[in-house]
Design a protein around this ligand. Structure first.
Ligand SMILES: CSC[C@@H](O)[C@@H](O)C(=O)COP(=O)(O)O
Length: 347
């Protein structure tokens, strides 16, 4: 387990983030209370990973609302909604952002007959609950995930779905942490995850720190390591799971899933139920974030493509449900048919 990526400072008036863009070289913490800075931190991936984005947005909405000088609930609500709607424009794909802002809104409305000060206290309580629930969820996801794995297995993961993307054990990495505590001695392969290298910069950083055997591979090596028999299961996180099980996750995930099918390797998607969006019927309706071309042609400050050449940079792709062996949530392991079985999670 690593640091909590989004939390509050001791006086509970600033959002504290570890700047993930600087990892693994520097562990720098940011203290933010300006809505533009919080928006920028989410947009620029200083805080990233679906659950961590949700937690940061909830704390961000709280610390920015706290500064309001409004004396009536009507005026306070207007400011609260402006901050919320602005934060909601930071990134489009991970549903946890909207889920967390929605939870804060519902709590506001539940307390709307109270004073502004009481509502502010309730917003603090709700954001702290979102963090605490996420920590508990990671452990439960890890236990369910571990039930599908055996000691000594080779595991492939893509992007970063660990403690630094959530607030505790993570999602896809949670069974690895719990397995390590039980002496499972997994051999983990981390796709480096072009173009922003969340796999090599963050997954390898986390797992290595925890003493877990981790090997970084370039994304285009996944087929080879599967063919060589080094991979017994693929474990990935998720940014949005549609009602039919189609899953948006970091760009490259769907390719890994298709390869896993070819080599008869189980493909597991791990995430909290807050990442399941029943309002989105299929993957077709998931908005995929398009990011700056420079992340490809000029990543990390060095040109790797000619200046006048275009780059196409979708940050996520959708893995069709048919390639997913199981979706593992804090409530248990969900197998196909997903349309029916995902719904049962919410009954
Ligand atoms: C538990 S995090 C799951 C996903 O959010 C993760 O796999 C991912 O795709 C993150 O993308 P990022 O662009 O780094 O926010």
């Amino acid at each position: 387990m690593t640091v909590v990526p989004a939390t509050l400072n001791d006086t509970k008036d600033k959002l504290v983030l570890i700047d993930q863009t600087l990892l693994p070289n520097e562990e720098k913490f940011l203290e933010l209370d300006q809505v533009e800075d919080i928006w920028e931190a989410i947009k620029k991936l200083r805080v990233r990973g679906a659950p961590a984005i949700g937690i940061a947005a909830a704390f961000g909405l709280y610390v920015c609302s706290l500064k309001s000088k409004a004396t009536t609930v009507v005026d306070f609500r207007k400011e609260f909604e402006e901050i919320r709607d602005y934060l909601a424009t930071s990134r489009p794909t991970a549903v946890n952002l909207f889920w967390a802002l929605d939870r804060m809104t519902k709590r506001f409305e539940k307390e709307a007959n109270k004073s502004v000060e009481e509502i502010k206290r309730a917003l603090l309580d709700e954001s702290e609950k979102i963090l605490a629930e996420d920590q508990a969820m990671g452990k439960a996801i890890g236990e369910h995930g571990l039930s599908l794995l055996k000691p000594g297995m080779g595991l492939l993961t893509h992007c970063n779905a660990g403690g630094i993307a959530t607030s505790g054990y993570g999602t896809a990495l949670a069974p690895m942490y719990l397995g390590e505590q039980k002496g499972y001695k997994f051999k983990v392969y981390a796709d480096e995850t072009r173009p922003l290298l969340q796999g090599s910069r963050l997954t390898a950083y986390e797992l290595n720190k925890a003493g877990i055997d981790v090997t970084v591979i370039c994304d285009d090596m996944a087929s080879l390591v599967m063919k060589e028999g080094k991979i017994d299961a693929v474990l990935v996180g998720c940014d949005r799971v549609a009602a039919n099980g189609d899953t948006a996750n970091k760009i490259g995930t769907s390719g890994v899933a298709i390869l896993a099918r070819e080599y008869d390797i189980p493909m597991y998607v791990l995430g909290p139920t807050s990442t399941i969006d029943l309002e989105t019927p299929t993957g077709e309706e998931i908005e995929i974030e398009l990011r700056d071309e420079d992340e490809i042609g000029n990543g990390f400050g060095r040109r790797t493509a000619p200046e006048d050449v275009k780059a196409y940079n979708p940050a996520f792709d959708v893995t069709d449900a048919k390639y997913i062996t199981a979706i593992i949530t804090e409530k248990g392991v969900v197998k196909p048919p997903y349309m029916e079985n995902i719904r049962k999670l919410f009954e």
